[in-house]
Design a protein around this ligand. Sequence first.
Ligand SMILES: [Zn+2]
Length: 275
Amino acid sequence: MAPEFDSPHVLKYSWMHPHLKYLIDLQAVDLRLIEIRERLSRFPKRLAELEGRVAAARQQITTAKEALTGSLKDRKTYEMDVEHWKERAKKYRNQSAEVKTNEAYKALQHEIQNAEDEVAKAEDRLLDRMVAGEEYERQLKTAEVTVKQMEAAANTERHTIQAEYNATQKELTAAEAVRAAAVAAVPEDLVDHYERIAKRHGGISLAEIRGEGCGQCGVHIRPHVIQKLQRPDNEEFFHCDTCTRILYYADHAASRGPTSAASTVGTPAAPAHES
Ligand SMILES: [Zn+2]
């Protein structure tokens, strides 16, 4: 999720209730924490996808090996078939030299022909398996090369992911320290209040006044509330009637320096600014 919260460091809110300033800091770091934790939560899936790709490639080797083994077994069977039918044909030919009757001779000729046909069929099957075996050998070699390349690439990717994960963990630790400092500056019951609203509203419990409306839900805010929030001595907290978020007013025009112009980039389109 994209942070919708302005960086507090470019805003001028010297007129603001001091606790609200810390809440704004808290809100900014909380949104960062949400984003960091979301990134962290994606790492296991990224690693699993990587391992899945490598496993699928390895499976290709297994499949090719099994096909090759199967074709070699078939070859043995068909070689034996060829031998078997050749033996039979030979036996019948030997017998045919000794038969006395024309009929018996014819019958033997028939058996010889049949055996020779079977030899031819077994030889065809054998040839087919030999061709297939060569194909499986090629597939196996290709799969082995692919897996080797893939494992090398996966190793690199694993290190990249690990490095990214470590860097993200560091970001998390740093952001948690910032949060602890912001929390320490605000009374406990106010932090509780802030967190209750955050829990209900996707982590965003503050809403900046944008134009004449709530910067988060867009609902119109009564003018006297806006006026009060703009007052330097205001000590009151106001909530949006609709989304219940804590309202604050930030004078972007006052803070618009040479480097802060980009501070509103990426925030939701605000209603026309009154400055
Ligand atoms: Zn609202």
